[in-house]
Design a protein around this ligand. Structure first.
Ligand SMILES: Cc1cc2nc3c(=O)[nH]c(=O)nc-3n(C[C@H](O)[C@H](O)[C@H](O)COP(=O)(O)O)c2cc1C
Length: 212
């Protein structure tokens, strides 16, 4: 195969925010924001909660498309409802977004139905783990890169670090809580390099006297 997920910023171990486009057997198309975990050069994993059209369609057809975009309106509109029919491009048994920066086709290898035991949001929820193989990356925009929430959490923590010497004790408590939440998020979504950078930042904050 002549492509790699790294060419669109997707690295092993990282979790990225993307738009999945799926089709049901009747040919109806759906778009939704769904995370994508990268296992290696071609293997990807999705964790999708029961009740979404995306999961139903993937179970029906065994194929989906991962669209790479940083357009906030596309994320919001595909969450609040569906995108307009004319925003999709149909191509045989798949559909992708007309204005996406890049996309790839994901072929399902296995689906495992599970139930959450303990979680920071929804204990007891049912979800499926989809293991898939990425095929045929199409890049429409030079420099297209999948979004990773970790980098934003890290930047927020860096901004907090730059203000640490000028804030009062009460604000410090707020900063500690925010750092802990950013650290939790980075632990879940970031690949190795960013995790290392966050670890270094933690050391620096501890040197500044923060109880982390
Ligand atoms: C940035 C972002 C990432 C999301 N990632 C996931 C995910 O990985 N798994 C999931 O089940 N839901 C995820 N969601 C929630 C789904 O988008 C939401 O349940 C949506 O309504 C599903 O739409 P559908 O019924 O058209 O599939 C995410 C939402 C946002 C905003």
């Amino acid at each position: 195969m002549s492509f790699s997920l790294e060419s669109i910023g997707i690295k092993a171990g990282g979790k990225y925010e993307t738009i999945y486009t799926t089709m049901n057997k009747a040919g109806e198309v759906d778009a939704a924001p769904i995370g994508l975990k990268c296992i290696d050069d071609y293997a990807v994993l999705a964790r999708i909660f029961e009740g979404s059209k995306t999961l139903k369609n993937i179970k029906e057809t065994g194929i989906f498309v991962v669209n790479i975009t940083s357009d906030p309106h596309v994320f919001a509109r595909s969450l609040y409802g569906n995108l307009e029919e004319e925003e999709f491009v149909r191509d045989g048994d798949i559909a992708y977004l007309k204005n996406t920066d890049a996309y790839f086709i994901a072929l399902v290898k296995s689906i495992e139905d599970k139930e959450i035991d303990k979680d920071h949001v929804n204990d007891g929820a049912k979800f499926s783990i989809i293991n898939a193989e990425s095929l045929k990356i199409i890049i429409n925009k030079q420099g297209a890169k999948a979004l990773n929430r970790g980098i934003f959490a890290f930047l927020e923590s860096l901004v907090d670090f730059s203000r640490i010497d000028i804030i009062d004790e009460e604000k410090k408590e707020e900063y500690i809580n925010r750092f802990k939440e950013n650290e939790r998020l980075i632990d879940v979504v970031a690949e190795g390099e960013l995790k290392e950078a966050m670890k270094d930042l933690k050391e620096k904050l501890i040197e500044k006297g923060l109880d982390l």
